[in-house]
Every structure is written in C-alpha cells, then in structure tokens.
Ligand binder design. Structure first.
Ligand code: ATP
Ligand code: MG
Length: 424
C-alpha cells in the first residue's frame, strides 16, 4: 500500500502545533498538581458494556459514535469515547474509594467518537479530565470551577469563555420530568422531526437538543425541567450559585442545559466560547453521584469534567502573542568544517547541554561549507552560531557569531566557552 493517508477525522499533530498542545497540557498538569489532584492513566480500550451501562444506551455517544469491535476471542470491546466511565471502573476495581476519604484524580489522552469531522470535531481527539470521588457538598463543584477558571487565566483566555450552569435534580426529578415531557410531546408527535419521534419512546430528554425548528417551537411551551427539580437539589444549586457570586466567578444559569449523558445528577455545567463557531464548548461536566454504585456494592458521591484539548489549542492559538512566544527558536547552532572540527563541535555541544540545560543547542548534521551551514543556522532562528573550522581547531578557539544582534564576532578559547555564554 502506497497511499500515505490517515483515517478521516484522525489527524496528525504536526511539530509546529505541538508547542501549543504542550502549553495547554502543562498549564493543566501544573494547576491540577497545585490543587492536590493525582494523575491516573487508563486503558484506551474497554469492554463496550462499560459505556453502555454508564453513559446510557440511548445516548448519542453509545448509539452512534462508538468504535466497537470484536477481538480475536469474540469479546465486544470499544475505543474509549470519554474518560469518566473508565475512571470509575478503575477506582472500583483497584479499591481506590474508601468511605470517608476523598479521591481527586486527573487524566489526559485520546478519545474516539465516530462523528462527522469538522472544525473542532474529530474522530480521534484529546481530552483532559478531572474526577473527584467521596464528597457530596458543593465545595467539590466549586473547587473544580475555580481550577477551570485558573486554567483560563493562565492561558490568557479568561475573557473569551463563559460558564453555563444548571441543576437537573435527582433521579426522581428526572423521572417525573420525563413523564410530564413525554405526555406533553405525545400531543404533537406527528409534528416532531423523525429523530425526536423515535426518541419519544427511547430517551425523550434528548429531544431537548433537537436542532429542528418545528420541534424547538413545540418545545418552547413544554414543561420546564426547573419546576421538577427536588427541594434538596435546589438548595444545593443555590448554595453553589451563592458561592460563585461570593468568589466573583460570573455564570449564566441555563435551564436548557441537561448534557447528553445519562449519569449526571444535580449540577451540570459547560464552559463555552463564541470564538469557535458551532463547536464552542471547551469543557463540560457535572455531578454523577449514582455511577459508582452501578459497578460496586459501595456508593460514592462524584463530580467531574472534561476539557477538549483541540478546542483549547484553537482558542489559545487565536491569540497571536502566544503564537510568537511558542515558536520553536534555538539558542545555539554549531557549525563545523573538517573531521577534527566536528569532534570539537560535538564536545562543545555536549558541554553546553550539560552546563546550560535550559538552552536549545542544534548541531549541524552532515557536511557542507561554512556558508551553507550558516544559512541553516539563520533558518533555525538561533541567537548565536558557533563556528569551528581548521583554524579554530589549531588555536583551540571557537568563533561566536551573533545572528540576531548587530555585534562583532568573537573568538573564545574552548575552555572559556561556557563562562562566556553564561554572560550573554
Ligand atoms: P459537543 O456538544 O461539542 O458534541 P459533548 O457534549 O459531546 O460536546 P463531552 O462528552 O462533554 O462533549 O466532552 C467534553 C469536551 O470534549 C467537549 O466540551 C469538547 O470540548 C471535547 N469534545 C467532545 N467531542 C469532541 C470531538 N469529536 N472532537 C473534538 N473535541 C471534542
Ligand atoms: Mg458530542
């Protein structure tokens, strides 16, 4: 096979883009560490059943988006479409949840969903996520929202994002809302779009997400989820909103926000931006107190959220100042002509890498005249070229040429090189 072509929706992240990914990822890692979260690394392949039981079999992800396959022993497996289910499986399987203690975890890595690829939507994409187990109070939601806010500020995108938040109550609230919504929609079932007609019997809540104008018009007079939320969940939500206000985190209560996954209860939230068109959600999450119980004889309160790395990268790249800061420039480019000079050049390069570890040192690879090597040095955007030819070998000196400043070139004794460079 000679076709060099990747799978649709699964793209390469090229060297010139990687800097921005590294920036986003390192800000995330650093902040999560500072808030006391530990990393967990999870398999990319799980039993398909895990996602059916946790996300819900009537959801978009499980119905349409999963990469499911039989392995050689006829086990039904799938590429993970998200991180929460695997994380819950892992904490249960490894006994990481203990009554009375709190577990705070983060993960990062590729996820797979068979969706229509477009800007900000791929079939293989990357998520970072956090999950907190073992605490019922709003302090967990608050901590997660605060650390999100800190991530935005560290990436300088705080003015480009908004927090949307809602409460969907407990399981009973959802059930009674679904009953009421269904009986309302049944009256108009002939006018609903085809998908919504089908969902009326499978998962009526998902009709709320319909993009069809006629369906949306019908929905505008439908019963309101908020009216069905139980008393305790309402109190929980009010407390969270008050704390957000007290801490100066702006938010918008969005009663239409229910999120597409079955496992949520009470708080759901999304951070969105207007800068990325239709794919404007950069982080989504909420509380899922009932999920652990589905896989264990213990129960545990839980809250989590996941960030779309590609969308965050697009957002940070839209700020040109960060682009410049990230361009990969080198500090030193070492040029050598002749066999002995090459050995001396390697010695110098290794010496600088040991003594000045923060510098990026490029060694010219392959032969070539000084002129052609200098051309490469200029192209690399290095600050300084170190030139070593037969004369330098004979005098045990190297020549420093400043590529970005208008300075005279200098000759430096090899043994003095490091101290001279440290002065620059
Ligand atoms: P959307 O409404 O955009 O489909 P979602 O609700 O399916 O998002 P989640 O399951 O909450 O997304 O995933 C968390 C985050 O992961 C999203 O907010 C988004 O930033 C990112 N994400 C989800 N699906 C994709 C995808 N196919 N390509 C790139 N990023 C994605
Ligand atoms: Mg989706």
């Amino acid at each position: 096979m000679k076709t060099a072509r990747s799978i649709r929706g699964m793209t390469d992240i090229l060297p010139e883009e990687v800097g921005c990914y590294q920036l986003v990822e390192s800000v995330f890692r650093d902040i999560l560490h500072r808030y006391g979260y530990d990393e967990i690394r999870l398999p990319m392949v799980e039993y398909a059943e895990l996602f059916k039981r946790s996300i819900g079999s009537e959801t978009d992800i499980v119905e349409k988006e999963m990469y499911t396959f039989l392995d050689r022993s006829d086990e039904l497996l799938c590429l993970r479409p998200e991180g929460t289910a695997g994380c819950v499986r892992a904490v249960v399987q490894n006994g990481l949840i203990n009554q009375g203690s709190i577990k705070k975890l983060w993960y990062m890595g590729p996820m797979f969903r068979y969706e229509r690829p477009q800007r900000g939507r791929q079939r293989q994409f990357n998520q970072m996520g956090v999950e907190v187990f073992g605490e019922e109070s709003t302090e967990v939601e608050l901590e997660i929202l605060l650390l999100c806010d800190r991530i935005w500020r560290n990436l300088n995108i705080e003015d480009l994002v908004q927090l949307e938040i809602n409460t969907i109550g407990d399981l009973d609230s959802r059930k009674s809302y679904v009953t009421s919504l269904t009986s309302y929609l049944q009256k108009y079932s002939d006018d609903l779009d085809d998908d919504s007609k089908r969902r009326l019997s499978t998962n009526p809540l998902r009709i709320l997400d319909s993009k069809d104008d006629k369906t949306q018009k019908i929905l505008s007079n439908a019963p309101n989820f908020t009216d069905f939320v139980d008393h305790k969940s309402r109190g929980h939500f009010e407390k969270l909103c008050n704390s957000l206000e007290g801490l100066g985190i702006p938010y918008n209560v969005n009663p239409a926000l229910v999120r597409g996954l079955d496992y949520y209860n009470r708080t759901v939230f999304e951070w969105t931006t207007k800068e990325l068109g239709a794919q404007g959600t950069i982080c989504g999450g909420g509380r899922y107190d009932g999920l652990v119980e589905k896989f264990s004889n213990k129960s545990s309160a839980a809250v989590g959220c996941a960030f779309g790395i590609e969308r965050l990268v697009m957002l940070t790249r839209s700020l040109s100042s960060q682009e410049n800061q990230l361009s990969s420039v080198a500090d030193i480019y070492i040029i050598a002509v002749g066999e002995e000079a090459r050995m001396m050049a390697i010695r110098c390069a290794e010496n600088i890498r040991s003594e000045i570890p923060s510098w990026r040192v490029l060694q010219n690879l392959g032969a070539g005249s000084i002129k052609s090597q200098l051309k490469r040095a200029n192209k690399s955007d290095s600050k300084i070229a170190i030139i070593i030819g037969p004369e330098e070998v004979a005098s045990k000196c190297v020549t420093l040429k400043f590529l970005r400043d208008d300075l005279e070139q200098e000759s430096v004794v090899e043994s003095q090189l490091i101290s001279r460079l440290k002065d620059i």
